[in-house]
Write a protein of this length. Structure first.
Length: 744
């Protein structure tokens, strides 16, 4: 059951305006969210990290936390790399660190220096001391062993020292608990130091090239193969300074992410099968292969919760950096200077010369990265990802608005809406990040781009279809070549509705428009069969251009055959015309010759046109059809190349308006018996039999009728009507297309 025409139009409008934008906006929202959730190493997630890095560097810098102090181990290498780091806050001490080494010391930096530093910081009232230094063994010489013991004693006396474990990266073993990482072994420092420390912590941030997240509690392999929990050094330092228990992570619940990238669709796509590990190394207990060379491929679906670091450095490079005091200065300064700089503060001691990291805000010493983590914790200002449903909703809304704009607005208006959307997304994301919220801006922009590309392609096809309806294909190719016109040989047909002015006087304009639309639609169907280019329809007139050799037929032959079908079509269409209107008749004039074919004033508007004497003469010949009471009249130039294919009657020479020379014209009577059809589709074949009778044969049927054309003053038109009359409603016309079958 077919819907009424009005409902079909409403449905098409609703489908194009609402359903199509909704579908593509929803489709790309789901697809992009799935791609974002599949991998957090590459693709969209990688672009999100780069966008985060850019936004962090665009927002205002915050001052370094006043409760955190950094101390740099100022070795000769540090002095050489001083230009790569931030300017130190103090001058070198009175003695270089190497001068503190006793005889036989084999450590690059004498451990007695750290022991003295811990003692002095304890005396000055430091709230916590972090030694971001590797103490893997007790030393290789008796002097080193003695110094290690002295360091342990100083730490024991202070009671507020945190030391770093040794991280070794591992390949993942997913045969164990998948909620734990097991991607590293944190080897304990030498026993004397480990026992003397308040706690041993993990210095690890994340294994990316651009560090920006930290695990507050990390479950790793112990040295004996079992699972052990290590807290992050900054978290331990904050707990020590505030006298809190490290296991209390409740206030961070809901403010951390799985891995380092929030997944919009959760872990739906991350339940992957175990992958083989790679690399060479020793095999510790538990079947985990220790990586010693190459990089480690990890899947963050199995990472624990991580806190996103709210780095202090931003747009102002001079603000937010931790200017370290030199360790040599710490060992030689006065107690007054020491209390002013380190009293009541958390002191981080590290070696920037050998511990340099690439972060989202640029290269920073490892100790300064820990200082930024510590500042994030102390200020309680981590970067919190925007809820996933908000990102998805904004992505869908932006894509839907773009799709509707592309379908409803002009091109420049739609582009302005798209630019405004992208600008608002970027500025809103930057503003949110200033307040500690990370909105995944790349995801909605990607959804917006995908939807725009598809809707734009669909719109392009729609525009191409509209251009194809307005401009013939040959002329559209002129547009592609930026050619305004071409002069070439062709055949032009003028077909005029007779009595148009009379019945338009008495008929309603809406009814006239409806009838003309139906008529021109049937005309276009016929012209398509003969490769005729519908140039324009000024009112009731049809101008058609035939060119080139197609289907083995000359353009003049195709024009005449099309004219014959138009005559029969007019007869059929007459039965649909209101009975109180004037009779519906047509006249056709055809001429062949050179003409200029192109677009008139193409720079301002597109108006396909034909220009030249050939065109003017065709128009004049069409006007002669009333005078000679003939339906189809052609010129000598049109008939000459196809004379043997048609039956015609010479009408002699005549003068036409605007020409000094006479014109030889002919009346077309039918198609010659020996002429073959030029296509396989339905068409009416007319031919003369003995006398003045015309024989009509309808292809696809066995029906044929002979009519005496001498009894019809208008010739073929009335004869065709008589021939069709006995066939109306009969099954013999079943081979005709429904819209072409005569009605009566």
């Amino acid at each position: 059951m077919r819907l009424p025409s009005t409902l079909r139009k409403q449905w098409r409008y609703l489908f194009g305006t609402v359903v199509v934008p909704l579908f593509w906006a929803g489709f790309f929202t789901v697809v992009v969210a799935a791609l974002q959730s599949v991998s957090v190493e590459k693709g969209i997630a990688s672009l999100e990290r780069q966008a985060l890095a850019w936004m962090l560097l665009q927002r205002p810098s915050r001052p370094a936390h006043p409760g955190v102090a950094m101390v740099a181990v100022d070795t000769p290498l540090y002095e050489e790399r001083d230009a790569l780091a931030v300017e130190p806050a103090t001058p070198p001490g009175k003695r270089p660190l190497a001068s503190y080494a006793p005889e036989g010391c084999g450590c690059p930096v004498p451990r007695i220096c750290y022991a003295l530093a811990v003692t002095r910081l304890h005396r000055w009232g430091a709230s916590a001391v972090v030694l971001d230094i590797i103490f893997r063994n007790a030393g290789n010489t008796p002097a080193d062993v003695a110094e290690t013991g002295a360091l342990g004693a100083a730490m024991q006396q202070s009671g507020k020292v945190i030391v770093s474990a040794v991280p070794d990266m591992l390949a993942l073993d997913r045969s164990r608990d998948p909620t734990r990482t097991f991607d590293a072994v944190l080897a304990q420092p030498t026993p004397d130091i480990a026992r003397a420390a308040w706690e041993v912590g993990s210095p690890k941030v994340d294994p990316r090239d651009q560090e920006y997240a930290v695990e507050l509690r990390q479950t790793v392999h112990g040295e004996r193969g079992g699972a052990e929990d290590f807290f992050s050094i900054p978290w331990l330092a904050s707990c020590l300074a505030k006298d809190q228990f490290p296991d209390d992570l409740g206030r961070w619940k809901g403010r951390m992410v799985d891995g380092t990238m929030p997944r919009l669709l959760g872990d739906f796509f991350t339940r992957a099968a175990p992958q083989p590990t790679s690399g060479a190394g020793v095999q510790p207990a538990g079947g985990i292969q220790l990586q010693t060379t190459g990089s480690v491929e990890v899947d963050e679906a199995f990472y624990q919760k991580r806190l996103l670091i709210n780095f202090a450095p931003g747009a102002d490079a001079a603000v937010g950096r931790y200017h370290p005091a030199r360790l040599s200065w710490l060992l030689s300064c006065s107690d007054k200077e020491g209390r002013e700089r380190f009293g009541g503060k958390i002191v981080l001691i590290g070696n920037p010369a050998t511990d340099f990291h690439a972060t989202v805000v640029g290269g920073l010493p490892g100790t300064e990265v820990l200082a930024n983590v510590l500042q994030t914790i102390l200020e309680d200002r981590p970067i919190v990802p925007a809820p996933g449903f908000v990102v998805l909703l904004v992505s869908f809304g932006a894509a839907l608005l773009a799709a509707v704009s592309l379908r409803q607005l002009p091109w420049f208006g739609a582009m302005a809406v798209l630019a405004l959307e992208v600008g608002l997304l970027g500025s809103a994301s930057l503003e949110l990040l200033k307040h500690g919220t990370w909105f995944l801006v790349v995801t909605p922009v990607t959804v917006l781009a995908g939807t725009t590309a598809v809707i734009g392609a669909l719109q392009s096809k729609a525009v191409q279809g509209m251009v194809a309806r307005l401009v013939p294909p040959r002329m559209s190719r002129m547009l592609e070549r930026a050619v305004a016109y071409e002069v070439e040989e062709g055949t032009v047909m003028f077909s005029d509705i007779r009595g148009y002015s009379t019945f338009s006087e008495y008929m309603d304009p809406a009814a006239i428009m409806s009838q003309l639309n139906a008529y021109f639609s049937s005309v276009q169907t016929i012209l398509d069969r003969y490769d005729g280019h519908f140039i324009k329809s000024p009112g009731d007139c049809v101008v058609v251009w035939f060119c080139e050799e197609k289907r083995g037929a000359h353009h003049a032959e195709r024009a005449i055959r099309a004219a014959i079908e138009l005559v029969v079509n007019a007869v059929r269409f007459r039965k649909q015309w209101p009975t109180d209107a004037a009779p519906f008749d047509i006249g056709i004039g055809i001429n062949t010759g050179p003409m200029a074919v192109g677009l008139l004033d193409a720079r301002r508007h597109l108006e396909p046109t034909l220009i030249g004497d050939t065109v003017n003469l065709a128009s004049r010949i069409e006007s002669l059809t009333k005078q000679y009471r003939a339906t189809i009249i052609v010129s000598e130039e049109t008939l000459a190349p196809v004379r043997d294919r048609f039956l015609y009657e010479p009408l002699g020479e005549t003068m036409v308006k605007g020409r000094a020379q006479t014109v030889q014209i002919f009346r077309i009577m039918g198609v010659a018996e020996q002429a073959e059809p030029v296509n396989e589709k339905w068409w009416s074949k007319l031919s003369l039999s003995a006398g003045r009778k015309t024989r009509f044969v309808f292809s696809g049927t066995d029906s044929a009728e002979e009519v005496d054309t001498s009894a019809h003053p208008l010739g073929l038109e009335d004869a065709a009507e008589d021939a069709l009359e006995p066939l109306r409603g009969e099954e013999a016309l079943a081979g005709l297309a429904p819209e072409e079958a005569p009605r009566g």
